[in-house]
Design a protein around this ligand. Structure first.
Ligand code: AMP
Length: 474
């Protein structure tokens, strides 16, 4: 069975003590849908049995009234995931649920472990049988194998053995555990809804936008290296690892999280607007219009427009109802894939000098098509501005980036990329500018490995960080 490597982009949610726990988890996942659109699952418990439903597809399609009816009980955890396609997708859908010597547990994971393969090989050599190809399963094996007697101790023991990015929600029959890795790569927040079964309902979610939909008030983040346990005795906090330098993912602010969320104690909308403002300072352009690539470039484009004084216009419209596969007409439409999602507004773009704002260039193929589309719609000049530095190295901590061979900025200079995407000019934000816009300080430090190639953990896949021998072509 091939092992899935660092491809999961996910969202997690947990509900402690509410008569509608399953439904609230479902709504929470719906607000986290942007973090993964391939599969989703919820496990709930009434204190006796655990009820699970996992399926491929979007949250809204998976959880019908009938399905939610069956997710009984007052505790629930949920997961939404983007993974590589293929058979492994449903097999690896989460939450994982096991009945082991520590009792029944369900677990949902956001992030990627960097030493999972190593642990798995060791456990397999000792006779463990794995059911999935995901890195997450090693955590439940480690919990089951731990010599510690109590579940909180066994979880803490397991957490000390894993390395990498993990924001976890774990559920037993009567408790919810919320955990963040010592570096705090991925976000995880705690909220509260007044009046639950006995007391208030405690909720956890990858992003605070999930709280708004379920009427919860944000209380605080789970801290890096912290395990919060919510049970009949109340809430208690413990740290399972010694303090390590924080390296929260800066790409959460650049692209991944929703602008209406507050993550790592900071508003994503504010970061994005500042990224755009800083970009306007560092890379001005003589132009008539600022046009965002929706949705990823909108907030930064607002900042760029405000700082530069150039008017913002929606020159590209996004169709939000794009499913997974589409049947293409026999007579090929140029740039069909991008056109399904984006369409230019000719009356806005014709004859104009346009500053196009997007959050990132990965392979370069999308940007190339968008620039061509904007030109075909009559734009006189297209100046592309990117609200982060060039992406030169893959992520091993839970953002789906291709290997170095496919990252255009790892293999070409900015001028070569400009030529490839056929823009009149191209500029990226500086590393310092990005960190400043995202509020880096003594109390908030970021992982910027995808821009620097400097990874905060050991165990990085050497094959994935080899540059291409031949220049990348479309
Ligand atoms: P490309 O350069 O063609 O690979 O695609 C760049 C586009 O992909 C940009 O518009 C980004 O907003 C978007 N993008 C960047 N990173 C990711 C990611 N991890 N998952 C999905 N889309 C992404």
């Amino acid at each position: 069975m091939a092992f899935d490597k660092f491809k999961d982009e996910c969202g997690v949610a947990a509900i402690y003590s509410n008569p509608e726990a399953g439904k609230l988890a479902y709504l929470g996942l719906h607000a986290l849908q942007h973090r993964g659109q391939e599969s989703a699952g919820i496990v709930s418990t009434d204190g006796v049995t655990m009820y699970a439903h996992r399926s491929m597809g979007l949250v809204v399609d998976i959880f019908s009234e009938d399905v939610l009816e069956k997710l009984k009980g007052t505790l629930a955890i949920g997961h939404t995931r983007y993974s590589t396609t293929g058979d492994s997708a449903l097999l690896n859908a989460q939450p994982i649920m096991v009945d082991c010597n520590k009792g029944m547990i369900a677990l949902a994971h956001n992030g990627n472990l960097v030493n999972a393969q190593l642990i798995r090989s060791r456990l397999e050599a000792q006779g463990s049988i794995f059911q999935t190809t995901s890195d997450t399963e090693v955590i439940v094996h480690l919990v089951a194998q731990s010599r510690e007697q109590t579940l909180p101790e066994a979880i803490a023991d397991a957490l000390r053995r894993i390395e990498g990015a993990f924001s976890l929600v774990i559920m037993s029959r009567d408790r919810v555990f919320a955990v963040r890795d010592p570096r705090g790569f991925r976000p995880l927040s705690m909220g509260r809804i007044a009046g639950g079964v006995r007391k208030d309902t405690i909720v956890f979610a990858s992003e605070t936008c999930a709280f708004d939909l379920i009427g919860a008030t944000y209380e605080r983040d789970v801290n890096p290296g912290e395990m919060l346990v919510v049970g009949p005795e109340g809430i208690y906090s413990r740290y399972f690892a010694s303090q390590t330098a924080q390296s929260s993912c800066i790409f959460e602010h650049v692209y991944f999280s929703r602008p209406d969320s507050v993550i790592f104690g900071r508003s994503v909308a504010e970061s994005r607007e500042k990224l755009g403002r800083q970009l306007a300072v560092e890379a001005p352009a003589e132009a008539d219009l600022v046009v965002p690539v929706p949705d990823s470039g909108v907030a930064a484009a607002m900042g760029y427009a405000a700082e530069s004084g150039i008017p913002l216009r929606m020159g590209l419209i996004r169709n939000h109802y794009v499913g997974r596969t589409f049947i293409e007409p026999e007579q090929r439409v140029r740039d069909f894939g991008v056109r399904l999602k984006l369409n230019p507004v000719r009356s806005v773009l014709a004859g104009q000098r346009v500053v196009l704002i997007d959050d990132s260039i990965v392979r370069g193929t999308t940007s190339r098509k968008i620039v061509r589309m904007v030109r075909d719609a009559g734009a006189r000049e297209v100046h592309l501005r990117i609200s982060c530095p060039p992406t030169i190295s893959p992520c091993f901590y839970g953002v789906d980036t291709p290997s170095k061979k496919q990252l255009i900025a790892a293999n070409k200079s900015v001028e070569e990329i400009r030529e490839y995407i056929d823009a009149d000019s191209l500029a990226y934000l500086s590393l310092e500018g990005m960190k400043q816009a995202c509020g880096e300080s003594e109390s908030l430090t970021y992982c910027t490995a995808c821009y620097t190639g400097k990874y905060p953990t050991a165990f990085v896949d050497v094959e994935e960080i080899k540059p291409a021998e031949e220049p990348v072509r479309e």
